[in-house]
Design a protein around this ligand. Structure first.
Ligand SMILES: *[C@@H]1O[C@H](CO)[C@@H](O)[C@H](O)[C@H]1NC(C)=O
Ligand SMILES: *[C@@H]1O[C@H](CO)[C@@H](O)[C@H](O)[C@H]1NC(C)=O
Ligand SMILES: *[C@@H]1O[C@H](CO)[C@@H](O)[C@H](O)[C@H]1NC(C)=O
Ligand SMILES: *[C@@H]1O[C@H](CO)[C@@H](O)[C@H](O)[C@H]1NC(C)=O
Ligand SMILES: *[C@@H]1O[C@H](CO)[C@@H](O)[C@H](O)[C@H]1NC(C)=O
Ligand SMILES: *[C@@H]1O[C@H](CO)[C@@H](O)[C@H](O)[C@H]1NC(C)=O
Ligand SMILES: *[C@@H]1O[C@H](CO)[C@@H](O)[C@H](O)[C@H]1NC(C)=O
Ligand SMILES: *[C@@H]1O[C@H](CO)[C@@H](O)[C@H](O)[C@H]1NC(C)=O
Ligand SMILES: *[C@@H]1O[C@H](CO)[C@@H](O)[C@H](O)[C@H]1NC(C)=O
Ligand SMILES: *[C@@H]1O[C@H](CO)[C@@H](O)[C@H](O)[C@H]1NC(C)=O
Ligand SMILES: *[C@@H]1O[C@H](CO)[C@@H](O)[C@H](O)[C@H]1NC(C)=O
Ligand SMILES: *[C@@H]1O[C@H](CO)[C@@H](O)[C@H](O)[C@H]1NC(C)=O
Length: 508
């Protein structure tokens, strides 16, 4: 593999005066066609590649001895004596005993200044071994170029050089040949905030992100995500959803016009309300969905002529061109028999949402007032008002009096009583005539010879009263006592008066 790679590049390196050994990735080896002292060789290597070769192990030595051509002089490597100690120039680390690879009887430290090291490539003896030399001697430079740089393992691992390639020892939580695998990059959610901490690199292992939503938005999903060792976030990224208010509909006889900045009927959605002609809005004109998911106010209503007319003792006949008791509804009012309309015959619901006038009333027809009759009593019922339609009065007469007329009278629908009010007339007794040969004196409290008429009788001189001298007309229409008579006094002419007195005394 290496040789085939090497051959394919050979032509280019010979022309350019350089040589590339190895291919592909990892440590690559280069040597100069020109010879130069140690310091220039190092400069040539560091400026064009990484440094003079630093021998890591036996495998590398064998590899170099195999692929690098034999020259008249050998090659400087990155080992020299500093302050009396053999030191790797690249790392400034001293050469350890186990890593020593000196040729036989080396280092001989013969002359002063034999402080630099060459490698015997393809020498007859001691192939690949080291020899200490004067640094000012001109030799070829043998350089390497490291593959590892700070980004070789994506910054997530330790890069280790290998011949022709490198390997990455990834930090915990990182995977892949160059530790490139990690979690996806998260973005701040719309209408929310993200706060991440990254112990390694952005959105890498153990990165953790907290999510919050702005006012009016609700987080859907978990609040904190962590980038796990499985290169995945511990959960799906949450989203911020606008708080939802309930869905509104246009009110009856009105319209609604909404604007939804986020979602339908959600935070900051605002709806304007209008009412159809003749309807009046009761409530606010605009509702806004607040951050708590509640509407800022109650849904308005479109109303017209809210006070529906009612008519007692009558009939209402309404027509509704636009809806129940609303714009242009019109009502006719008629009163039942016995009732009279007070007020408008017709009302109309105007475009201002109000009735054109006051609701009329049906008032019962009124009859004249009745009074208690003389010598009697009255008892009335008034279903619709004093002495009004359907009022009825019962009449009674006192003892000794008789009712003339119907006992009950009604107030008719036309406002007239069914009959005349009855009267109480005193009971009559037979008319008494004055006595023959005597006198009759009567008192008539209630009329000629009627109830309680009291008559007293007297006889002329010389006549004797036979019977009772008083009688009274009773409640039954009969005299309490029979009418007396006057008889001529004949038994004693001489002592007529005296005898008469005596006689009457005896009779009494
Ligand atoms: C290598 O470095 C030397 C200086 O040390 C320089 O003159 C030369 O041009 C470089 N060669 C290349 C190919 O960069
Ligand atoms: C680092 O090394 C990789 C290969 O190992 C190479 O592709 C990349 O260009 C190098 N980056 C820098 C800045 O040298
Ligand atoms: C590479 O990383 C080392 C140590 O982390 C640092 O000192 C150096 O500046 C870095 N080099 C570049 C080119 O970023
Ligand atoms: C070199 O190593 C890297 C990292 O391990 C790997 O991705 C790449 O395939 C290797 N290249 C070759 C040619 O082996
Ligand atoms: C992010 O979170 C850290 C730790 O929880 C906290 O100290 C910092 O104030 C937060 N920053 C913001 C902008 O929320
Ligand atoms: C990653 O986080 C877990 C849990 O917080 C912790 O136990 C672990 O030590 C962390 N790993 C590294 C490499 O920081
Ligand atoms: C929002 O409302 C409109 C109109 O009512 C409708 O067409 C659309 O589907 C709704 N969108 C959602 C997400 O419900
Ligand atoms: C919601 O509406 C209020 C008032 O109009 C405004 O101040 C606020 O910025 C809006 N919120 C968003 C997230 O647009
Ligand atoms: C109500 O009025 C309408 C039109 O004015 C009429 O046709 C209808 O007969 C009336 N109905 C009643 C019960 O009076
Ligand atoms: C009218 O009122 C009746 C009873 O109150 C109701 O059933 C009907 O839905 C209403 N009609 C309209 C158009 O509002
Ligand atoms: C009573 O009788 C007298 C004489 O007959 C008469 O003039 C008078 O009108 C009567 N009175 C009544 C109340 O009938
Ligand atoms: C009737 O008249 C007489 C005489 O005036 C009187 O003495 C008597 O008490 C009266 N009777 C009645 C019942 O009024």
């Amino acid at each position: 593999h290496h040789t085939s790679c090497f051959s394919s590049f050979l032509h280019f390196f010979l022309l350019s005066g350089l040589a590339l050994l190895g291919c592909c990735e990892g440590w690559k080896y280069f040597y100069s066609e020109d010879t130069m002292d140690y310091d220039h060789a190092r400069k040539w290597c560091t400026e064009n590649y990484t440094d003079l070769v630093a021998i890591q192990n036996q495998e590398e030595i064998e590899y170099l001895n195999k692929v690098i051509p034999r020259m008249k002089v050998y090659y400087w490597i990155g080992l020299r004596k500093i302050d009396g100690i053999w030191t790797w120039v690249g790392t400034k680390k001293p050469l350890v005993k186990e890593a020593e690879n000196w040729a036989s009887r080396e280092p001989n430290n013969q002359k002063l200044g034999e402080d630099c090291v060459e490698i015997y490539i393809k020498r007859n003896t001691d192939q690949g071994k080291w020899n200490d030399e004067l640094c000012t001697i001109k030799k070829h430079a043998l350089c390497y170029q490291a593959d590892c740089n700070n980004s070789s393992c994506s910054g997530n691992g330790v890069c280790e050089e290998k011949i022709n390639n490198y390997t990455c020892r990834c930090h915990e939580g990182f995977f892949g040949p160059i530790c490139q695998y990690t979690c996806s990059i998260l973005h701040t959610p719309a209408n929310g905030r993200m706060n991440c901490t990254h112990p390694f690199r952005n959105f890498n292992y153990n990165s953790s992100c907290e999510f919050d939503c702005n006012k009016g938005f609700i987080r859907k999903g978990v609040g904190t995500l962590r980038c796990t060792e499985f290169r995945e976030w511990s959960a799906l990224q949450p989203v911020c959803q606008a708080s939802e208010c309930n869905i509104l509909h246009a009110p009856a006889y009105g319209s609604m016009n909404c604007f939804h900045p986020f979602k339908n009927f959600s935070y900051n959605s605002s709806c304007d309300f209008d009412c159809n002609k003749g309807f009046i809005r009761k409530g606010v004109g605009t509702l806004r969905c607040t951050e708590s998911g509640k509407w800022s106010d109650l849904l308005p209503k479109c109303q017209a002529c809210t006070s529906q007319p009612t008519l007692a003792h009558g009939r209402m006949n309404c027509s509704h061109p636009f809806g129940n008791f609303s714009y242009n509804s019109s009502c006719n009012f008629d009163c039942n028999d016995g009732f009279i309309r007070k007020g408008a015959k017709t009302l109309r619901c105007t475009e201002f949402g109000e009735w054109s006038g006051q609701t009329p009333a049906c008032q019962a027809s009124v009859c004249t007032s009745l009074t208690t009759p003389n010598h009697g009593s009255i008892k009335c019922s008034h279903p619709f008002g004093n002495f009004s339609y359907n009022s009825s009065c019962d009449f009674d007469c006192n003892k000794g009096f008789i009712r003339k007329g119907d006992g009950t009278v009604y107030c008719t629908e036309s406002g007239k009583w069914s009959t005349l009010q009855p009267e109480c007339q005193a009971v009559t007794c037979s008319i008494l005539k004055t006595l023959d040969h005597g006198t009759m004196t009567c008192s008539h409290p209630f009329g000629n010879f009627t109830y309680t008429t009291n008559c007293t009788f007297e006889c002329k001189e010389g006549f004797l009263l036979i019977g009772n001298d008083v009688t009274e007309c009773t409640a039954s229409g009969k005299w309490s006592l029979p009418v007396p008579t006057c008889q001529k006094y004949e038994q004693s002419l001489t002592s007529g008066r005296c005898a008469s007195f005596l006689f009457s005394f005896i009779i009494l």
